[in-house]
Design a protein around this ligand. Structure first.
Ligand SMILES: C[S@@+](CC[C@H](N)C(=O)[O-])C[C@H]1O[C@@H](n2cnc3c(N)ncnc32)[C@H](O)[C@@H]1O
Length: 411
């Protein structure tokens, strides 16, 4: 890693650090043509050791850089490691470093970024076999466990009455995945986790009702361990309930613990699904297009292919409405979305004070493996690009917590 030797290369390095690259809006991106020293230079405008240390666990300083075609060889890694230590060692800790320990640390970190198997670079946990630690089924939980979130309860009870809610709970005899297996949704509050999925299910059904659609089949893209999908499986009239995820551990969970009408699919980051054309009445994706940095339009085309003519597509995004909410919550250290972007873009707080970029914007926090970015879509971009694939019926601001919902139908 070479330091910039003059102010113009230093300026260039700063630019790489702070530029947000709207991936699909950039006409020509050929990162492999960039001089090598641009992509790994630390921002010299913030060289306090605290800043450098905060960034050191991030594999990518240039947030939107593409993954190199192949991983560097062992000898290149060793050389880079030695050079990093030589140049940055003392800055990282702000005191004399034990270079052997630091070298070991850097090597371990580099090792972790490398995929365990080639499949792990296009999907996740392909070699996972760890047993699950499931929790009791909703049917066997105490009823007060479901009433922990006022917002969820209020919404649910505006659509169904309390007796209906109780009978829905009683019908669900399938285990609840443990907190580690549900992507951070309501850890420690299992009834609330179940209610959050029910609310999203009811919101989809409300949209279907508006279009006079009684769905017979559905597909939840990026469904994890079925937070929403389980309600289609247990509560709806759907005969076929497809669910896919890029994380094999989640797909295996669905295979083992969901009813037989659930058809779990392990997809990879290249957009293709083993689902027949025009066969699905409801396609949903919660918090998935907010993370897909590559092949977005190919996924839209694939979802369009499987959607039935009368069907409804219900996808969540971060848009201008999200941006406004984030601005209000700017000082909340618990806001994981803001914190995750700040780590790769220290100027994000300042940017939030201005308008959201009027395009698709990607903040990528790692270059390796899938599920590695936070993505924002302006309403204008949605109309311009998503509108080529689907008819955009409505964009419901912050209809899924901070995320907005885009309701789409076939053109
Ligand atoms: C924030 S979680 C949301 C999970 C689920 N939709 C829910 O609402 O509970 C995002 C999920 O999307 C999955 N995911 C991310 N990128 C994906 C992709 N390209 N294809 C399929 N699943 C993806 C992740 O593995 C994860 O399970």
């Amino acid at each position: 890693m070479a330091k910039p030797t003059n102010s113009s290369s230093m300026d260039q390095a700063r630019k790489v650090q702070s530029t947000i690259v709207p991936i699909e809006d950039t006409p020509l991106r050929r990162p492999y043509l960039k001089p090598k020293n641009q992509s790994v230079e630390v921002d010299q405008t913030a060289t306090s050791s605290r800043h450098v240390a905060a960034n050191r666990s991030m594999p990518t300083v240039a947030a939107a850089e593409e993954k190199p075609a192949s991983m560097p060889s062992e000898s290149t890694l060793a050389m880079v490691t030695a050079e990093v230590i030589e140049r940055l060692g003392d800055q990282l800790t702000n005191q004399p470093v034990d270079k052997a320990t630091l070298k070991q640390y850097v090597r371990e970190q580099l090792g972790q970024w490398r995929p365990m198997a080639w499949e792990d670079d296009i999907s996740r946990n392909t070699l996972d076999a760890k047993p699950y630690e499931n929790l009791a089924s909703p049917a066997s939980l105490e009823s007060d466990q479901f009433y922990g979130s006022k917002d969820f309860v209020q919404y649910a009870l505006s659509k169904i009455d309390d007796d209906q809610l109780k009978s829905m709970i009683a019908k669900d005899i399938y285990p609840i995945p443990c907190a580690e297996d549900r992507e951070g949704y309501s850890p420690g509050y299992d009834g609330v986790y179940w209610m959050s999925g029910l609310v999203d299910y009811l919101k989809i059904m409300e949209v279907c009702e508006r279009f006079g659609l009684l769905p017979r089949s559905c597909f939840d893209f990026g469904c994890a361990t079925g937070r929403v999908l389980r309600h289609f499986a247990v509560q709806s009239n759907c005969e076929t309930v497809w669910g896919s995820d890029i994380n094999r551990r989640h797909v295996r969970w669905l295979q083992e613990f969901m009813p037989e009408k659930v058809r779990p699919v392990f997809n990879h980051c290249i957009p293709t699904l083993p689902i027949p054309d025009g066969s699905v009445d409801v396609v949903s994706a919660f918090s998935v297009f907010t993370h897909i940095d590559t092949f977005e339009t190919c996924w839209l085309a694939e979802l369009n292919r499987i959607l039935s003519n009368k069907g409804v597509c219900y996808l969540t995004v971060h848009n201008e409405a999200t941006w406004e909410v984030l601005r209000e919550e700017i000082d909340n250290p618990k806001n994981r979305l803001v914190q995750s972007i700040r780590r790769v873009d220290p100027n994000f707080t300042d940017k939030l004070m201005g308008p959201m970029p009027d395009q698709r914007t990607v903040w990528r926090f790692t270059n390796f493996g899938p599920y590695r970015a936070q993505v924002f879509h302006s309403n204008n971009y949605l109309q311009r690009v998503w509108g080529r694939f689907f008819h955009i019926e409505e964009i419901l601001p912050c209809h899924h917590v901070r995320q907005s919902v885009v309701v789409l139908r076939k053109k």
